[in-house]
Design a protein around this ligand. Structure first.
Ligand code: PFF
Length: 434
C-alpha cells in the first residue's frame, strides 16, 4: 500500500495546492469582516505582526511531520509513537466537522453565482439573504451541490483532481481579484476605505483583538487539522520546505490584503458599515453591486472568485480524512469519497437547516452551524496545533537549526515551538471556552 501513495508532480504543484488550501473563505469572507469588526488598520497591524513572526512555526512543523513520515494523520502520529494514533485521529475528525459547515457557505456562494447570471432585482438584500438561507430544500440542494463538486475533484485523485483543480482555479482567482481591486479603487472616495485599512488607531488595541488576530492567522493558514500534514506527505523528496512556507504565508497574506482593498473602498464609497459581520460579503456587497455600472458582471466575477477560493480549500479539508480512510481501511479513493460524501452530508444538512427549520435546536446556546464553527475554529484547530507543537518540541525534540540552517532563526523556532506558540494557543482555547 505504502509504495502506491500518490505524490505531487512538481514543487509548483505542491506550492499552488497548499496556497489553494490556505486562501479560502478565511481570506475573502472572514478576514475582511473580522477586520471590519476590530477597528480596521489596528487589527491589520497586529495580524501582520503575528503572521510574519510566529505563524511559520506550526506551519513548517505540520508540513515537516507529513513530509518526513510520508503517512496520513493517524499513521504519522503512530510512527512517532504507536500510542499516539488517537491524537492523530482528531485531525481528520476536525476536517469532517469543518467541511460540514464550510460547504454550507459554499452553497450560499453558488446561489449568488446563479443570481448574478439571472440578474433579477432585489429590493432588500438583508431580507433576501435571510429568506433564501431559510428555504429548506433549496439551501440543502446548494450545500450538497457544493459538497459534490469538492468530492468529485478529490475522488479523481491527487494529480488529476486536486492538482488540476488548483492549477486552474488559483490563477483564475488571482486574475479576478486584481480586476476587482482595480475596479474598487476607481470608485469615488475609495481613499476613505484605504485609510480605514491602513491608518491604525492604536487606542483600539485590546486582548480580544489580539486573540481574534491570532485565531484568524491560524485558520487562514490551514494549520491544525492535518490538511498540511497530508499535503506535506505527498512531497516526493525532501524539498526546501522553509522557502515554500514563506511563499505560502506571503501569498496568503497578499490575497487577504487584496480582498480588503477590494471590499473596503467599495463599502466606504457607498456609505455602508464596515462592521456588519458575516453579512459583509453576502448582504453589503451585493447591495453595492446593484448600484454600480455592469454590477451583475462584477457580482458574477466576485462570486466566481469566492467559489474558486472555497473549493480549493474545501478540497484540502476533505483530503485529510480521505487519505486516512484510504490508508487505514485500505479502501479505494472512490470508496473513501463516497463514505465521506454521506458522513459530511449527514452533518451538513442539519447545519444548513439550522438557519431555518432547525434554528431552535441549540447546543450550549448556539445553533448547529455556530456550534460546528465555534468548536472547530476556536477549540479543535488550536488544540490539534498545540498537541503537534508539544510532540515535536518536547517529545521529538526537533531542532530548528536542522530545518532552517540558521542559528538565530533556528533558536527562535525552538523557543516558539516549545513555549510561544503553545502559550498563544492555550490563550486562544481559553478565550474560546470563556
Ligand atoms: N484556510 C482556509 C481558509 O482560509 O478559508 C480554511 C481551512 C482550510 C482551514 C483547511 C483549515 C484547513 F485545514
Amino acid at each position: 500500500m505504502e509504495n502506491k501513495r500518490p505524490s505531487w508532480t512538481s514543487k509548483y504543484a505542491f506550492i499552488i495546492t497548499t496556497i489553494g488550501s490556505a486562501v479560502g473563505l478565511g481570506n475573502i469572507w472572514r478576514f475582511p469582516y473580522v477586520m471590519g469588526q476590530n477597528g480596521g488598520a489596528v487589527f491589520l497591524a497586529v495580524y501582520i505582526l503575528i503572521i510574519s513572526t510566529i505563524c511559520f512555526i506550526p506551519l513548517l512543523n505540520e508540513l515537516y511531520i507529513g513530509n518526513s513520515t510520508k503517512k496520513e494523520c493517524i499513521g504519522a502520529y503512530e510512527s512517532i509513537n504507536p500510542k499516539l494514533g488517537f491524537l492523530g485521529a482528531l485531525n481528520p475528525l476536525t476536517g469532517v466537522l469543518i467541511a460540514s459547515f464550510y460547504v454550507v457557505v459554499g452553497g450560499w456562494i453558488i446561489n449568488y453565482i446563479f443570481r448574478s447570471i439571472l440578474s433579477y432585482k432585489i429590493t432588500d438584500y438583508g431580507e433576501y439573504f435571510i429568506s433564501f438561507i431559510q428555504q429548506p430544500f433549496y439551501s440543502c440542494f446548494l450545500t450538497i451541490l457544493f459538497l459534490f463538486i469538492c468530492i468529485f475533484f478529490t475522488a479523481r485523485g491527487v494529480k488529476k483532481g486536486i492538482e488540476a483543480a488548483n492549477k486552474f482555479l488559483m490563477p483564475l482567482l488571482a486574475v479576478l481579484l486584481i480586476f476587482l481591486v482595480i475596479n474598487s479603487l476607481r470608485l469615488p472616495n475609495a481613499d476613505i476605505g484605504l485609510e480605514f485599512m491602513f491608518k491604525p488607531d492604536f487606542s483600539k488595541l485590546n486582548s480580544h483583538l489580539l486573540l481574534s488576530a491570532l485565531g484568524q492567522a491560524f485558520f487562514t493558514l490551514s494549520v491544525g487539522m492535518g490538511a498540511l500534514l497530508t499535503y506535506g506527505s505527498y512531497i516526493k523528496e525532501d524539498k526546501n520546505l522553509v522557502k515554500s512556507v514563506y511563499t505560502i504565508i506571503l501569498s496568503d497574506t497578499a490575497f487577504a490584503l487584496l480582498a480588503g482593498v477590494m471590499i473596503f473602498p467599495a463599502v466606504f464609497s457607498f456609505n455602508m458599515e464596515p462592521n456588519s459581520g458575516a453579512g459583509l460579503v453576502f448582504v453589503t456587497l451585493p447591495k453595492i453591486f446593484s448600484q454600480i455600472p455592469y454590477g451583475h458582471l462584477i457580482s458574477f466575477a466576485f462570486f466566481i472568485l469566492l467559489f474558486s477560493a472555497a473549493v480549493t480549500s474545501a478540497i484540502s479539508i476533505i483530503e485529510c480524512p480521505c487519505a486516512t480512510l484510504i490508508e487505514q481501511l485500505k479502501i479505494s479513493r472512490v470508496k473513501a469519497c463516497i463514505i465521506l460524501f454521506f458522513i459530511i452530508s449527514l452533518i451538513a444538512i442539519p447545519a444548513t437547516l439550522s438557519f431555518g427549520n432547525l434554528e431552535n435546536i441549540k447546543i450550549f446556546g448556539k445553533t448547529i452551524f455556530d456550534t460546528l464553527d465555534f468548536l472547530t475554529s476556536n477549540i479543535m484547530l488550536p488544540m490539534n496545533t498545540l498537541i503537534l507543537c508539544l510532540i515535536s518540541g518536547w517529545y521529538l525534540k526537533i531542532k530548528g537549526y536542522n530545518l532552517l540552517n540558521n542559528k538565530i532563526s533556528g533558536l527562535f523556532f525552538d523557543v516558539g515551538l516549545k513555549y510561544i506558540v503553545p502559550i498563544a494557543l492555550a490563550g486562544l482555547i481559553f478565550m474560546g471556552l470563556r
